[in-house]
Design a protein around this ligand. Structure first.
Ligand code: ASP
Length: 327
């Protein structure tokens, strides 16, 4: 008998402290993760593909303002939003990605169209938007991506000239008595907020998708790991599917997502071992902070992170979804 299909999602890692999250906010995060897991689980239960399940889960995460992707994305140093997304099919090794888009409502859908309808893998900026428009995708005014919470985080980060992971920015702001008040120096390595999904389906295939607004106060034109196949997203039926969140530059330098798959393929490591080595040993060597979610073709799931918290969860078909925030 085939292993049970499963989906896992994340909503970013970082300095997510119990003290900086109210009980109400905590409940909101759990409810959002739970609802999105149920939607992904339904697709898998109906015999849908892992690729469809991760695309839909990430689309829902993009639409949810709690997470730094789509609506709710962080601000660049110029006060704008630049969004990145990717998706990969482990069955065919086909992949699609877009980066620096500013008006596509759901960057993950643009990435999926690239996978399905283009001979290329990655489109950037104006070219990505022209492709998305030709595909008939929905466009929004850039103001759609504005949320007051991210705007206040940006004001806090801007004063320091630094960049911040999304959830670090939120903790920083929570520490300040008044959101408008100068919160003092920022630890640039505190909080990340990308979203992602990985799934294993009834046909035995895996897929991964990742989407982000990047890091607060990033330089315009900066691209992180999320849209880079092998860094922030990877899927291969021979091994596993991976989606990452964290200090993107370090995940790029370590080819973090691919490294998990390579350790399984070349060294025979288990999914859990391979992911733990990358997150707990390799990334910290270059101060890489964050985590990842991964599934393999045996239906195993692992969700390691080296920060205080990571918004995360998984759901096997026929079972109640499990969600968690802290370590
Ligand atoms: N990895 C993302 C980036 O560097 C940030 C995040 O995970 O929040 O763009």
């Amino acid at each position: 008998m085939n292993p049970t299909p499963v989906i896992a999602i994340h909503g970013g890692a970082g300095t997510i402290l119990r003290s900086s999250l109210s009980a109400e906010a905590e409940a909101q995060y759990h409810a959002a993760l739970d609802g999105i897991l149920l939607a992904g689980q339904r697709i898998l239960a109906d015999g849908g593909s892992a690729l469809d399940a991760v695309t839909e889960a990430v689309r829902l995460l993009e639409d949810c303002p709690l997470f730094n992707a789509g609506h709710g994305s962080v601000f660049t140093a110029a006060g704008t939003h630049e969004l990145d997304a990717s998706v990969m099919d482990g069955a065919t090794l086909e992949a699609g990605a877009v980066c620096c888009v500013t008006r596509v409502k759901n960057p993950v859908l643009a990435a999926r169209r690239v996978l399905d309808h283009s001979e290329h893998v990655l489109f950037t900026g104006a070219g990505a938007e022209a492709f998305a428009a030709a595909q008939g995708l929905e466009f929004v005014d850039p103001a759609y991506f504005h949320t007051d919470a991210r705007y206040r985080q940006w004001l806090a980060a801007r004063g320091t000239q630094g960049t911040m992971l999304d959830h670090d920015a939120a903790s920083l702001q929570a520490q300040a008595q008044e959101p408008e008040q100068d919160p003092g120096p920022i630890d640039p390595d505190k909080k990340f907020g990308t979203v992602g999904a990985v799934a294993f389906d009834a046909q035995g295939h895996v897929a991964a998708a990742t989407s982000t607004g990047g890091i607060t106060n990033k330089q315009p034109g900066r691209v992180g790991d999320a849209p880079l196949i092998g860094a922030g997203c990877y899927a291969n039926d021979a091994t596993c599917a991976v989606s990452t969140t964290g200090t993107g530059e370090m995940f790029m330098r370590m080819l973090a997502a691919y490294d998990v798959a390579a350790r399984m393929e070349y060294r025979g490591a288990s999914l859990e071992q391979a992911a733990a080595e990358v997150v707990m040993e390799r990334l910290p060597r270059i101060d890489g902070r964050g985590g990842l979610i991964a599934v393999d073709t045996k239906g195993n799931v692992t969700l390691p992170f080296n920060t205080e918290g990571m918004y995360r969860g998984f759901a096997r078909v026929g079972e109640t979804p499990v969600t968690a925030i802290y370590r």
